[in-house]
Design a protein around this ligand. Structure first.
Ligand code: ZN
Length: 471
């Protein structure tokens, strides 16, 4: 499209949402164009902020008629280039942030109906006010929005107990590529009536439709929560601790996060107020959370740690003694992404392998990465309970950042080769976006790719929804 074609089009889109919600000035649009990690800086003719589902439909109809690419966006906290426009300057951003109403809370049915733009923290609070729990827990929960969580099938730290976002959604309302509205806002626990279409849109990263609302599952609120840091000698010992924790706590085990010593060192060095969780440094740390609706969580956690001390799998542990310390323990874990920025370039991986193979993965990947780039510093951390490790690699001390980051693809290839050999996934929870689009075709079964392309063609025949992402 040329400038002379784009400008009249912008006027037509502006007429849909009103001038105040069609942003074109850089001062207004920049925050919609830049992704958190700084890997993507997009351009757009206009950022649209529809205030109703009807406006989203009108935007889609116009885009469908004119072949205009749309990039749906929630809180813009994604990490794979899926929610920001590309560099062409042709892609129109559709921000769902003004669709931020909680439409209904049904404590008896344990459901909540929310619009796509509701911030995850707000969902949590609304659930709490009804004495319920919405368990999706992410580092970005203060700014990510539920529509984005659903579109990316977000994971986070509570997946081992409650599943991914996919497991927490009962129904969806979706604007299709041609502007039609699918009202699938069902609140049913059982509905065995043919294809379960909501699962197509969950995790589709905005490539099949624009999610405007959802029915979420609520759960009982835990009566007590206990959190501890345990020091362990190795990922193998952490895995044995996981087995002990599951034996004692069963479904009450709601967090089991592994952190390498170097991650704690980074945090203590760079984050004001971050403190060593244990008296002595440990090569590896496990953050354990137990949430109980019945028996006391603290007692359960003590029993876990006592058994693991006895077997020698845990060398040291501290149980948070109050809410403030509990929050500080979790903050340290959530700081892991942030702290790597202070140590120069970081090459990222978001992988999963069968849980029992995590120790083998970490050992093999670290040996291979250091052989490829002597001095590189692996910073593995993440959701051991799910076999999902954020296997990030910080540059060697004093190395040139740009030169290090140029090795991104090479390091990825080495790490992903090990992941694939171990039967794992190259994107456990962050999705594909643009970042891993080329990798997808390389690791997926060709038949699976064919089916995905057929679904895309059926639901978005003109290819206007988030083109170039995922497929
Ligand atoms: Zn994660």
């Amino acid at each position: 499209m040329t400038a002379s074609e784009i400008l009249p089009l912008v006027d037509r889109f502006r007429a849909v949402v009103g001038a105040a919600n069609a942003l074109t000035e850089p001062a207004d649009t920049t925050r919609y164009l830049v992704e958190e990690r700084g890997l993507y800086f997009g351009r757009t003719p206009v950022v649209l902020r529809p205030g109703s589902v009807a406006e989203v439909q009108a935007i889609a109809r116009l885009a469908h008629e004119t072949g205009t690419p749309l990039v749906p966006q929630g809180g813009n906290t994604g990490l794979v280039g899926g929610g920001v426009p590309d560099e062409s300057g042709h892609e129109v951003v559709v921000s769902l942030e003004r669709l931020d109403r909680i439409r209904d809370v049904d404590p008896a049915g344990n459901t909540m109906t929310v619009e796509a733009g509701v911030v995850l923290d707000t969902v949590h609070r609304a659930a709490e006010e009804a004495d319920r729990l919405f368990p999706l827990t992410l580092g970005s929960q203060g700014s990510c929005r539920i529509g984005g969580n659903i579109s990316t099938n977000a994971g986070g730290t509570a997946v081992l107990a409650y599943g991914n976002t996919r497991d927490l959604v009962l129904g969806l309302e979706v604007v299709l590529a041609d502007g039609r509205l699918w009202n699938g806002l069902r609140r049913l626990r059982k509905d065995n009536t043919g294809y379960d279409l909501k699962h197509l849109f969950i995790g589709a990263e905005g490539t099949l439709g624009i999610i405007t609302a959802a029915v979420l599952k609520l759960l009982p609120r835990p009566k007590s929560v206990a959190v501890a840091y345990a020091g362990v000698a190795s990922p193998e010992a952490a895995l044995r601790l996981l087995a002990v924790a599951r034996n004692h706590a069963g479904p009450a085990l709601t967090g089991f996060e592994l952190i390498a010593r170097i991650g704690i060192e980074f945090a203590v060095r760079h984050i004001a107020g971050a403190r060593e969780p244990l008296g002595q440094p440990s090569p590896w740390y496990v953050l354990i959370e137990v949430s109980s609706g019945g028996g006391d969580a603290g007692t359960m956690l003590e029993a876990i740690l006592a058994e693991a001390f006895e077997s020698g799998d845990v060398d040291d542990a501290v149980i948070a003694s109050n809410l403030e310390q509990t929050a500080a323990f979790w903050r340290l874990r959530h700081d892991m992404s942030e702290v790597q920025k202070f140590e120069g370039g970081s090459i990222k991986h978001d992988i999963s392998v069968p849980v029992s193979l995590v120790p083998a993965f970490i050992e093999e990947a670290s040996a291979a990465v250091v052989a490829l780039l002597p001095g590189a510093r692996p910073v593995p951390f993440g959701h051991l309970g799910d076999g999902n490790i954020h296997y990030n690699v910080s540059q060697p001390v004093g190395a040139d950042k740009a030169a290090f980051l140029r090795r991104w693809g090479e390091v990825n290839a080495v790490v992903h080769g090990i992941v694939t050999r171990l039967g794992g996934s190259i994107s456990a929870e962050h999705g594909i976006g643009r970042l891993k689009r080329d990798l997808l075709a390389a690791v997926k079964d060709p038949v699976e790719m064919d089916m995905m392309r057929a679904i895309k063609a059926a639901l978005d025949p003109k290819g206007i929804l988030n083109p170039g992402r995922v497929l």
